[in-house]
Write a protein that binds this ligand. Structure first.
Ligand SMILES: *Cc1c(COP(=O)(O)O)cnc(C)c1O
Length: 425
């Protein structure tokens, strides 16, 4: 049987960097990635048969734990009927109605195939609605890899040493204005300098692609106010936070109502799905109802819809899941915080609900500049130690840890023991 190193040797000759998404290559931690064979509950197994407690959870989608039997059965049932038709199906109506009936600010929704596509489309419709071109995003927020949004983006761009990206013409980013996260004044200044020209402000309501950076009190509320005063739309990119912080995502959690929202990750139950939705008067502009074009051959795919619908139904019918996730987060991240304090470690931990990050910096981390003060070599050393202990963390300082409802006290305690072992407590 081939091991991970041998798989990687084959992979790199035919796939750029050996991977289909950059962060998976483990370049940031100077290692060869583990090739995964299977996963179950809170555990993931590599091709060598090693077992790890998984805190990546497919970067969020596996909020119920890996290989949930009800989601799996829904997929198998859907597969029995055929994989794709390119025609409307009842499953698309079910999931759209389900989301709209439980999330008040989503009056209409359109399914796409990734978070990237969802954000691209939401921006287009915001421009179509307002007749304006400029958009405001925040440094360190990631909104997928479309041209206009690769400006001061987080996630893989923070550690790959790529300033934005090659191959993006200036024309594509000249209307993208970059603001400072958690600093509403920086947004007010952009509105002032670009009067009547800004179509929308797009924000990760909890920053989760520069490590986890929660919004300061009042930040999201002030964005809402600034958008209203200036006739711009507020877009919450809830690709990570949607169905995670609460069923209604960060909008519900913080009580701030965006005009448009984008989803991905959890919404597909592990299948490639994204969605954008929001105010009916805005969504009515989408083709074929209106003049804003957006389409997808495989959008609303019946197998993907079955997976997403099964997962969302489970989340909605078990409201205690959200309380449990918060308790697990408190246990894990709160426990880590105590260990750091007890050992006087020069590190900072940010967390909210099931999301958390340890930053190897003494600074409080409230924005992109703060996050970038982290010692990434120290992170890499910590990552290697935890992996040896059977803990599968995101291989980058600037990604979140994801808890699922399948992580029990036993896994959390084992993780804290390893954490304590590393920091010498
Ligand atoms: C992951 C992510 C995206 C991009 O989603 P893909 O499915 O990878 O295209 C967009 N926005 C946020 C906040 C994300 O975390």
């Amino acid at each position: 049987m081939m091991n991970s190193r041998e798989w990687m040797e084959r992979a790199v000759t035919r796939i750029p960097g050996g991977v289909n998404s950059p962060v998976r290559a483990w370049n940031n931690v100077g290692m060869t990635p583990k090739f995964i064979d299977r996963a179950d509950g809170p555990y993931i197994y590599d091709v060598e048969g090693n077992k790890y407690i998984d805190y990546i959870c497919s970067w969020g989608p596996m909020i119920l734990g890996h290989n949930n039997s009800e989601v799996r059965e829904a997929v198998i049932d859907a597969c029995g009927k055929g994989l794709s038709y390119g025609a409307p199906t009842p499953g698309e109506v079910d999931i759209a109605e389900f989301i709209c009936s439980h999330i008040p600010h989503v009056e209409m929704i359109r399914m796409v195939n990734s978070g990237t596509e969802a954000v691209m489309s939401a921006i287009r419709i915001a421009r179509g609605f307002t007749g304006r071109s400029k958009i405001v995003k925040f440094a360190g927020n990631y909104h997928g890899h479309s041209d206009a949004l690769l400006v001061d983006a987080g996630s893989g761009l923070m550690t790959q040493g790529i300033p934005g990206s090659a191959g993006v013409p200036e024309g594509c980013t000249k209307d993208t204005l970059s603001a400072v996260y958690n600093d509403a004044n920086s947004v007010a200044a952009l509105f002032e300098a670009n009067k009547g020209e800004i179509a929308c402000v797009i924000v990760e309501p909890v920053g989760a692609n520069m490590g986890v950076v929660p919004p300061k009190d009042g930040f999201l509320q002030t964005l809402r106010k600034l958008c209203d005063e200036n006739g711009a739309l507020l877009i919450f990119d809830e690709v990570i936070t949607g169905f995670r912080l609460a069923f209604g995502g960060a909008a519900e959690y913080f009580g701030v109502c965006p005009d448009l929202v984008t989803y991905g990750k959890i919404i597909g139950g592990g299948m490639p799905v994204g969605a954008y939705g929001g105010r009916k008067d805005v969504m009515k502009l989408v083709a074929p109802l209106g003049p804003v074009y957006q389409a997808g051959t495989l959008s609303g795919n019946p197998v993907a819809m079955a997976a997403g619908y099964a997962q969302l139904t489970l989340l909605k019918s078990n409201p205690s899941f959200y309380r449990q996730l918060t308790e697990k987060g408190e246990k894990l991240y709160g426990g880590m915080e105590e260990i750091l304090k007890k050992n006087s470690v020069k590190a900072t931990i940010n967390y909210i609900g099931s999301l958390g990050s340890v930053f190897f910096t003494e600074k409080k981390v409230e924005n992109y500049e703060d996050a970038k003060t982290s010692d990434t070599a120290a992170f890499a050393d910590y990552f290697r130690f935890m992996l040896e202990q059977g803990i599968h963390l995101a291989p980058s300082q600037f990604e979140a840890m994801f808890l699922s409802v399948a992580h029990t006290d036993a896994e959390i305690q084992q993780t804290l023991d390893s954490f304590s072992g590393y920091f010498g407590g």
